[in-house]
Design a protein around this ligand. Structure first.
Ligand code: SF4
Ligand code: SF4
Length: 501
């Protein structure tokens, strides 16, 4: 039973000297915070509905609005933070499991910020990326162990199928349904222009986007929504999603309210029905089962596409990755603890999994020790925030990175963490037509291309500073990294020295 005590996390501050009563904020806020009172005909606000998405602030023509945190909403102390109290209030209101979106916001250590990058001085000259060639192209997939020759002595250059990326960064899985048509189109167009890939997530592939197939990774998740032969053959690679960093060990849930029109057709499920994908794949309970699925997908696509297996970073990730590498997968994607999502149980998101930095280092080390590192490429995601994080990930052993939250911020997301409501005022995590049209895919694609072009320049600068001119030379080059403020154990797992050593 719902027993509501309302509280406001935010204050909506209106400067009455600036406000011209144009009522734009009433139209712009899908959460119904601003409205015109029927009796007084005056603008009034219901602050309890505000999620701090900043749409009204950005759109107000006279800059009359400000949203600020309501410092008095809860009486905090050292043990009971406002967040904890607010969660108790919400659960007592509804009796429901708390849902959240985007990545874990708690102050768990971000190891990227405790790792510093080397630069050349005196004896080992740096490389000027403006004047000298720098290679940022990477090939993802199985590599041969040695140079092979055919019986006539010529070089055997045949390779397992590879994904070729012009920059070692891809857009990770975001399903059509969790994000809008226009957000998907922005990602697809940007991936095509950048020579990288975007990922359908578990929502299937809208028929309009088959034309971007050469830059698309199609996902097969436990619900198998939207999966059919044409879909599998439409993309450049297939990703089997075994786990996700934001919610390891649980399945997916897209509320029925978002399963409308094309979303329901693309997922091949009825309108208005919740899309609940089970926690496990019901045909995968061992590495042998996974191997069967990998080879079934290879057969379904005539062995022309690399198979990615995506796993969440959890405690035994090195052993798990070792098994996945032996399953016939070509690429392993490791999704870290801080990874984003459209909707996840809050308690899972904030307490389950491990940071991707530690997971990556442990996996790379294990695969090398077992002599199977060349069997697979490693892609990491889960809060890759800028070009320096990409460079550090590659030096720790990754072949490429996945980004999602950074891409959404480029599209206009203000990290209000309300994607699960379906009322994204920026037209991203919504299916409401009047909100979707707020995101222009031309503008969205341009902003994504700008973002990754800027990162590519920065990656080249960082590599040049180290005297390195290709991603291939940087990969696994942990000598280029030093740690600060870490324990011996943490440095040991990361396989790097402390700054000063
Ligand atoms: S929810 Fe967003 S648009 Fe609505 S009042 Fe709050 S900041 Fe403004
Ligand atoms: S995508 Fe939209 S709803 Fe989700 S966090 Fe960003 S602005 Fe908020």
């Amino acid at each position: 039973m719902s027993v509501q005590y309302l509280s406001s996390e935010f204050d909506v501050v209106r400067n009455l000297e600036r406000c011209v009563s144009c009522n734009l904020c009433v139209r712009e806020c899908a959460n119904g915070v601003h409205r015109i009172d029927e009796r007084s005909r005056k603008l009034v606000v219901d602050e309890s509905k505000c999620v701090d998405c900043q749409r009204c602030v950005a759109m107000c023509p006279t800059r009359a609005l400000k949203i600020v945190k309501n410092e008095n909403s809860f009486k905090e102390n050292a043990n009971w933070s406002a967040d904890l109290i607010s969660e108790i209030v919400k659960q007592s209101n509804t009796g429901a499991v708390l849902l959240s979106s985007m990545g874990a916001p708690k102050p768990t250590p971000v190891y990227w910020d405790r790792i510093l990058i080397n630069a050349s001085q005196v004896t080992n000259p740096s490389i000027d990326p403006l004047r000298e060639p720098m290679e940022t192209r990477v090939f993802l997939g199985k590599k041969p162990e040695q140079i092979r020759r055919a019986s006539d002595g010529s070089l055997d250059v045949s390779m397992e199928p590879q994904l070729v990326l012009e920059t070692p960064v891809m857009f990770s899985a975001m399903s059509y349904g969790s994000i809008s048509y226009n957000a998907h189109e922005s990602l697809a167009r940007a991936a095509q222009e950048l020579g990288v890939f975007y990922n359908t997530g578990e929502g299937g592939l809208h028929e309009d986007f088959y034309r971007y197939g050469a830059n698309t990774i199609v996902q097969v998740a436990s619900g198998r929504f939207g999966v059919h032969e044409d879909y599998l053959n439409a993309g450049a690679a297939i990703e089997i999603k075994m786990g996700q960093g934001a919610k390891p060990g649980v399945g997916g849930h897209l509320p029925g309210a978002k399963i409308v029109g094309d979303v329901s057709r693309t997922r091949m499920i009825p309108e208005g029905v919740d899309a609940i994908s089970p926690a496990p794949h019901h045909d995968v309970y061992s590495i042998e089962d996974l191997r069967q699925l990998v080879y079934s997908l290879k057969e379904a696509t005539r062995r022309t596409k690399p198979i990615i297996v995506k796993v969440a970073a959890v405690h035994n990730i090195a052993a798990i990755a070792s098994g996945v590498a032996r399953s016939g997968a070509d690429i392993i994607a490791i999704d870290g603890f801080r990874g984003g999502t459209g909707a996840a149980p809050t308690r899972i998101r904030d307490n389950v999994g491990i940071p991707v930095e530690l997971a990556l280092a442990a996996v790379d080390e294990r695969l090398r020790a077992e002599g199977i590192r060349n069997n697979v490429s490693l892609v990491v995601g889960g809060s890759i925030r800028n070009a320096a994080d990409v460079v550090k990930a590659i030096a720790l052993g990754a072949d490429a990175c996945y980004i999602a939250t950074a891409a959404l911020i480029a599209l206009g997301c203000r990290l209000c963490r309300s994607c699960q409501t379906g009322r994204c005022n920026w037209g991203i995590a919504t299916q409401r037509p009047e909100l979707v049209q707020r995101l222009d895919p031309n503008v969205g694609a341009r902003r994504l291309v700008n973002l990754l072009s800027a990162w590519r320049h920065e990656i080249k600068e960082l590599m040049g500073g180290m005297g390195i001119n290709s991603i291939e030379t940087l990969r696994g080059n942990r000598l280029m990294l030093r740690g600060i403020g870490m324990t011996e154990k943490e440095l040991d797992i990361l396989g790097i020295k402390h700054a000063g050593e």
